[in-house]
Design a protein around this ligand. Structure first.
Ligand code: SAH
Ligand code: SF4
Length: 442
């Protein structure tokens, strides 16, 4: 399995892998050893799509040497391009869209039985949620849980609603049952995934909201941490803010993509909030939860973005002082509302604005990180540090990477650490409970 794109895609790949393991396949890390190579793909920006095409092209030689090899392309690009993929790449045997993931084993059987190419890109999902194996067989402490699929927001630049369909929330009882099963298998941290978790439940016929779901999950025995992504500013509720503040397992980190700082551009993007409204949300969040960690996404170079609009985005970063930001260059996607706009910002201007924002935010992110020096942080010990014997790595509740002394028995536990110094972007600390008074040297 080769995966491109977001956490949702990575999670889908886990599910595809699980379904195929159930059907008797074995995952391999080695391309040459594989009898089946499946791509799970992303088309949110052109760059990801071009990288995929490069990788698929490269397999032509392997396929020529090994004609029985099966090559499949699935997920978002498959949903968008459909049979055109098999015309463009004659060595692709299988195309499976975002709604066909649950049927992957049957599709592969058809290919194995000689039907080539097989193309399955239905507009709606046959099985509402294909939740197979939770890969409980593998020891793990952290897991993704999809709470909803699709998106109804139609931000003017975004291809997601077209390739992943309308919003479909999973029933709360189903999500709770899955999280219970994960906890029974040893998982202590879950990350809830959805394109806009803040509108969770609106499409259901039961009374459900994301804040209420968090409350139900907070009660699951064995789970110690709950994270979620992504939050849309237009749908963030006071109930949700209070849930983050009051529920002990819910981590104080919100990824709240702002996309731009100019209200004019936000309107053109169809985001549903103004720059001032966004700032007010941040203020309310920080009033309620002063130590909250805030991260965001930014797009530079949306069609028609002027120097003044761009300056507003820079000002947004300056005013909010996010803990981190993903800054993307606008990528025109055909089929979207903005895709047909012809007042494009030229490439060199986009590159310069992108560079300027990256530099600016890097300083801010570093300062925010430094503010954690000499504080006590609760870190979930996730694994051994591959490079330093006797050290563990994990994340703070605010999603910062931290390193500290510890042993196997600590993995999966929340450890209180005192942050002594930074090593690049990593917080280095010592466990508060077995503090020796010395600064760790690792
Ligand atoms: N549903 C999530 C994110 C979806 S895509 C949300 O709304 O926050 C992840 C990020 O990719 C977006 O937040 C946006 O910043 C970026 N993105 C989406 N379409 C893009 C495009 N056409 N060009 C550049 N960046 C894009
Ligand atoms: Fe795309 Fe907007 Fe939906 Fe996010 S909310 S997936 S950016 S359309």
């Amino acid at each position: 399995m080769i995966t491109f794109g977001c956490q949702m895609n990575q999670h889908d790949s886990e599910m595809i892998g699980g379904l195929l393991e159930d059907a008797g396949y074995i995952l391999t890390e080695h391309l040459e050893a594989a009898d089946v190579i499946l791509f799970n793909t992303c088309c949110v920006r052109e760059h990801a799509e071009q990288r995929l095409y490069g990788r698929v092209s490269q397999l032509k030689a392997l396929k020529a040497k090994k004609p029985e090899l099966i090559v499949g392309v699935g997920g978002c690009v498959a949903q968008k391009e459909k049979a055109a993929l098999t015309k463009r790449f004659s060595h692709v045997d299988l195309v499976f869209g975002t709604n066909a993931l649950g049927g992957i084993a049957d599709l592969l059987r058809r290919v194995e039985n000689g039907e080539r190419p097989v193309v399955s890109t239905p507009d709606v999902c046959a099985s509402p949620e294909h939740r197979p194996p939770i890969t409980l067989g593998r020891a793990r402490i952290s897991a993704w849980v999809s709470v909803m699929r699709g998106c109804d927001n139609y931000c003017s630049y975004c291809v997601v609603p077209y390739v992943r369909g309308p919003q479909r929330s999973r029933r709360p009882d189903e999500v709770v049952a899955e999280v219970r099963a994960l906890a029974e298998g040893g998982v202590v941290e879950v990350t809830l995934l959805g394109q806009n978790v803040n509108s969770y439940g609106r499409d259901l016929h039961v009374d459900a909201s994301f804040a209420r779901l968090l409350e139900q999950l907070d009660a699951v025995v064995g789970i110690t941490r709950i994270r979620f992504t992504t939050s849309h500013p237009k749908d963030i509720s006071t109930d949700l803010m209070r849930a983050i503040r009051d529920l002990p397992k819910v981590c104080e980190h919100v990824h709240l993509p702002v996309q731009a700082g100019s209200t004019r551009i936000l309107e053109l993007m169809n985001r549903g909030y103004s720059s001032e409204e966004y700032l007010r949300i941040v203020e309310r969040l920080r009033d309620l939860i002063p130590h909250i960690s805030l991260t965001t996404d930014i797009i530079v170079g949306f069609p028609g973005e002027t120097e003044e609009d761009f300056e507003q985005t820079r000002l947004m970063l300056e005013k909010v002082r996010f803990d981190g930001a993903y800054i993307f260059k606008y990528s025109s996607r055909s089929g979207t509302a903005a895709g047909s706009l012809d007042n494009r910002v030229d490439k060199s201007t986009i590159a310069a604005r992108h560079r300027a924002l990256l530099e600016f935010q890097k300083e801010v992110s570093l300062e925010r990180l430094k503010s954690l020096l000499n504080t006590t942080q609760s870190v979930l010990a996730e694994s051994h540090d591959a490079k330093r014997h006797g050290f563990l790595v994990g994340r703070t509740r605010g999603h910062r990477v931290a390193r500290f002394c510890g042993g196997q028995e600590d993995i999966g536990r929340e450890i209180e650490i005192r942050v002594c110094r930074l090593d690049g972007w990593t917080l280095v600390g010592e466990a508060a409970q077995h503090s020796s008074g010395q600064e760790p040297q690792g």
